[in-house]
Design a protein around this ligand. Structure first.
Ligand code: FAD
Length: 541
């Protein structure tokens, strides 16, 4: 089997990769050790589950210690029952992918392996850089630009302004370290301290709507807004999507979404939402980035969305998909260090920089759990700070099990972050243990805060009924006089319709929403059907 696999893979990938087949687990581990000692990179480690000397998962765990960035593949028998070893291995994070044997078609094997290698290459940052970013390692402005490029999916390379390469790049453009951050596009176009809008434009994004009237305006380009855009544009509705930053929403921050149907090994939230964004654009949706909706008016049967940058768009229907924003810690000294060691969200661009450091994650939900697991691949030690006395109430069981099985993650229960300090960058945290009533200072290279969110509905008028900030829709809309802004029509609101006729709300921002990617996508797709129903009933379809 090893020989056959090696021959098959060598035929297809031998030009770019060395394919090594070990005759035993010991020989395989020895080869991996040699490569680690020689500083050579390993892209994939494939281990059979039923090796005689040790279970495949143990082999992969040992390989991981030597080559933490290699993708781990477990080779299993064709067994689609819940007993298959891959079910447990994926749940406990012991493997990244699986292959089933015997593989029937070589093409299928090649397609799978190509996908695994592409993911590895992406993680290695192999390939062409569209942008060079020159700035300070601990500078907040530089961090924000990097974050934006990461979220927009633009490959870039960061150079510390003090490094040799950084100095050379600045000198070449007649610039110096007083003008940071500097961004240089692959064709030489250079931006000094660019605004997000300038950077998005330079990356090819549209930041200004050429349309002032359309069928449907969608506000927000997270999973819900993007799904609505795909369906609205594909149904032939003239569609404008307004997004405050770039597409992706919270999901764009998720390193790995494992519960989205159709991706058995999971998919990065960034990849998923980038594909949806391209799909909407290809159906003809007008995607407008760096444009915040600042107001909504409903007058004479018309809905007008006001833009924060000035201007407005009138639409026959509006879909609000503005999701939620991270809840803040509310510790002034830590707020001052945001971007300089303190990060809201999983901060994709920062994760790799955590190599060999001790980092902390605040939060007890699924997003905090995922961030901790992702960070554990790079950081020396990850400490989860949890206010409550268990993770079980707030986190999915599969994540808890994976966290418990990861050696370099520690969970500190009944612990709150009360303060922190650092000159230019986070250095120390003050942690308060509620049970012992004791505060303690600990060194910290970074703090990732994932403590849930608040709905982003502050921009909506009073006529849109809210419950604790979340938008009421359908049956929940209050129709009698008990609410100051009562529903104005005789008919009942459609499902997902807000208290303003023709304005729909989808995804996390909606009262009673499920707060998952697939449910947000379902909302978005459903809303388009309801928009069509609404337009037909109103005689404007
Ligand atoms: C780190 C992390 C990991 C997660 N992992 C998973 C997972 O594994 N599985 C899962 O099912 N769910 C997961 N979730 C939850 C999931 O991401 C959300 O449920 C989903 O993204 C909600 O989609 P949405 O489109 O409703 O809102 P959001 O994703 O919040 O998107 C809203 C968008 O609207 C934009 N916006 C806001 N206000 C305005 C305005 N006024 N004008 C213009 N644009 C505006 C925002 O910039 C944002 O892009 C995770 C969440 C996080 C944070």
């Amino acid at each position: 089997m090893v020989q056959a696999l090696r021959d098959d893979l060598s035929r297809r990938f031998g030009e770019d990769f060395r394919v090594i087949g070990g005759s035993s687990a010991a020989a395989g581990l020895a080869a991996l050790r040699r490569m680690a000692d020689e500083g050579r990179q390993v892209a994939l480690v494939i281990a059979g589950h039923g090796m005689s000397e040790m279970p495949g998962t143990e082999f992969l765990a040992r390989a991981y210690e030597m080559h933490p960035l290699a993708k781990r593949v477990l080779l299993v028998e064709r067994d689609y029952s819940a007993r298959s070893p891959i079910v447990q291995a994926m749940t406990l994070g012991q493997a990244d992918y699986h292959l089933t044997k015997p593989w029937v078609l070589e093409q299928d094997l090649y397609r799978e392996i190509s996908g695994f290698l592409a993911e590895w290459a992406k993680d290695q940052h192999v390939g062409f850089d569209l942008f060079q970013v020159i700035g300070g390692l601990q500078d907040r402005g530089t961090h924000e630009l990097q974050e934006l490029l990461t979220r927009f999916g633009e490959p870039y390379r960061f150079h510390d302004a003090g490094s040799e390469q950084g100095r050379l790049l600045l000198k070449d453009k007649d610039l110096d370290a007083s003008q940071l951050p500097v961004v240089i596009r692959h064709d030489g176009y250079t931006m000094v301290r660019p605004t997000p809008t300038q950077l998005i434009e330079a990356a090819g994004g549209t930041v200004c709507s050429e349309i002032s009237e359309c069928d449907v305006v969608i506000v927000g380009a997270g999973p819900a807004g993007l799904a609505a855009a795909v369906y609205a544009a594909s149904e032939g509705l003239q569609t404008v999507v307004l997004e405050e930053t770039v597409s992706g929403g919270q999901a764009g921050n998720s390193p790995m979404i494992r519960n989205y149907p159709g991706f058995p090994h999971g998919i990065s939230g960034h990849d998923l939402t980038r594909r949806a964004c391209e799909q909407a654009w290809m159906f003809g949706a007008h995607m407008v980035f760096s444009q915040r909706a600042a107001g909504l008016e409903y007058r004479g049967g018309e809905r007008t969305v006001e833009l924060a940058g000035g201007g407005q768009i009138t639409a026959r229907a509006v879909i609000v998909a503005t999701g939620i924003a991270w809840r803040r810690l509310g510790v002034p000294r830590l707020e001052a260090l945001v971007g300089a060691g303190v990060f809201y969200g999983a901060a994709g661009s920062e994760t790799r920089a955590m190599q060999d450091r001790g980092v902390h994650v605040v939060g007890a939900g699924n997003s905090a759990g995922q961030a901790a697991l992702h960070l554990a691949r790079h950081a020396r030690q990850v400490t989860m700070l949890v206010r409550g006395d268990s993770l079980a109430r707030t986190m999915s069981d599969y994540l808890i099990r994976e966290i418990m099985a990861t050696g370099n993650i520690t969970v500190r229960l009944h612990t709150a972050v009360t303060d922190g300090r650092g000159d230019e960058h986070l250095e120390m945290l003050t942690l308060y243990d509620k049970l012992d009533d004791r505060a303690e200072q600990v060194p910290a290279a970074a703090l990732f805060v994932l403590i849930g969110g608040e709905p982003r509905t502050q921009w909506l008028p009073d006529t849109v009924q809210l419950e604790r900030g979340y938008i009421l829709t359908g049956r929940d809309v209050i129709r009698d006089g008990s609410h100051p802004s009562r529903w104005p029509l005789d008919r009942a609101p459609l499902p997902l319709e807000t208290s303003v006729p023709g304005v729909f709300a989808v995804g996390d921002t909606r009262h009673r929403s499920i707060k998952r990617v697939a449910s947000a996508v379902g909302d978005g797709a459903t809303a388009v059907r309801l928009v069509q129903e609404y337009l037909t009933a109103e005689g404007i379809g």
